[in-house]
Write a protein that binds this ligand. Structure first.
Ligand SMILES: CCCCCCCCCC/C=C/CC(=O)SCCNC(=O)CCNC(=O)[C@H](O)C(C)(C)COP(=O)(O)OP(=O)(O)OC[C@H]1O[C@@H](n2cnc3c(N)ncnc32)[C@H](O)[C@@H]1OP(=O)(O)O
Length: 325
């Protein structure tokens, strides 16, 4: 009987919820949309931590679909009173037997790295490549407006989240990837000189929006942000630590365990006092966007539609496509 009940509950859990699949795995729980996998750790009834793993091949770019699924997953976690902390990380792992398909093949599927079975794979060593350039190139103004609204939404949700958010940065983290990280309360980066983090928009011929600039200033200070934004600096781990883009750099295989142990310290602080303090520190910056959200969307749509900006994006995409290594 007990076995039958367990089997039935497994079937129900796997039948899927409206938002995605939900499974029971070794006492831990997980739910997954197509592009975001959420695993929760900790016993039922106790404080639990969730790990949100990005898996949007090939480079975890913030496509419209990914942004939508991210917000849905975050909302679910915000509504789950047993969850107090969330770790953002990439599902990208070093895997063998990968083949990069020809750069001339254009569709999303074809752009991705695949294994020999033809399955889509993340490219290894990427936290997030930032905003999806293909959402900002060659589309119409209505699409740009829809996309930007979704980008703003994710930033506001993360920046104002009542949860303790930490990023376990296990790969390259340019531009929007850095945005995800700097909305968090704490950042731990893998000590791999191949991984860099920063806001490199100026290198693409585009400009970081004022609210992202404000988030950067709040993180690393005005002078450092002024210099890094103009130069589009991508910091390797040691420099990222020095300037304050990240809070800790640890060996790659310790990123997850270290983040869990720092999270435990943060969760020892009473929620109400930590949350009020966070709001006190962040509200003015967020309000600045909230009060001019529509204007910011219109600015983005008209800026990104300019011929000169589209040309810069085109050149940047071509450079990415033809780069060596
Ligand atoms: C004055 C008014 C102002 C108004 C406001 C205006 C606001 C404008 C704001 C704009 C804000 C932008 C923030 C951003 O996030 S822009 C995106 C910036 N991202 C990057 O620059 C990252 C680019 N990518 C890389 O550097 C590398 O790809 C990587 C992440 C380091 C990974 O390198 P790797 O060698 O492993 O992989 P590939 O380079 O071969 O890439 C694999 C394929 O993926 C494609 N790709 C890469 N990045 C993106 C991306 N961000 N979006 C879409 N596609 C991406 C790449 O082209 C490869 O495709 P291919 O297989 O077809 O060649």
């Amino acid at each position: 009987m007990a076995m039958a009940l367990r089997a039935a509950s497994r079937v129900l859990l796997r039948a899927g919820s409206r938002l995605g699949r939900r499974e029971a795995v070794d006492g831990a729980r997980r739910f997954a949309n197509k592009r975001v996998l959420v695993e929760t750790e900790g016993a039922a009834g106790a404080t639990r931590i969730a790990v949100m793993k990005f898996r949007n091949p090939p480079v975890n770019s913030l496509s419209l679909d990914f942004l939508t699924e991210f917000v849905i997953s975050l909302e679910k976690l915000e509504n789950d009173k047993s969850i107090r902390g969330v770790i953002l990380t990439s599902d990208s792992l070093k895997r063998g037997n990968q083949t990069k398909v020809a750069a001339t093949e254009k569709t999303e599927e074809k752009r991705a790295t695949r294994d020999h079975g033809g399955r889509l794979q993340e490219r290894p060593g990427i936290f997030s490549a930032g905003l999806d350039l293909l959402e900002m190139y060659g589309r119409n103004p209505a699409h740009y407006a829809e996309y930007w609204k979704a980008v703003q939404e994710l930033w506001l949700r993360l920046y104002l989240s009542s949860l303790t958010l930490m990023s376990a940065i296990n790969g390259a983290s340019p531009a929007g990837g850095c945005l995800l990280a700097i909305t968090c309360d704490y950042r731990i980066m893998a000590d791999n000189p191949k991984y860099t983090i920063g806001l490199n928009e100026s290198l693409l011929g585009i400009v970081a929006p004022f609210w992202l600039k404000d988030n950067y200033v709040n993180t690393i200070g005005h002078r450092a942000a002024e210099r890094a934004l103009q130069l589009g600096t991508l910091f390797p781990p040691a420099e990222a630590l020095k300037v304050g883009v990240v809070d800790e750099v640890v060996p790659e295989d310790q990123v997850h365990s270290k983040t869990l142990s720092v999270m435990a310290k943060w969760l020892a602080i009473p929620d109400h006092s930590r949350q009020l303090t966070k709001t006190m520190m962040r509200k003015a910056t967020a309000d600045n966007l909230i009060k001019q959200r529509e204007a910011d969307i219109q600015n983005f749509a008209s800026f990104i539609s300019r011929d000169s900006i589209q040309k810069s994006l085109h050149m940047y995409l071509e450079k990415l496509k033809h780069k060596k290594g």
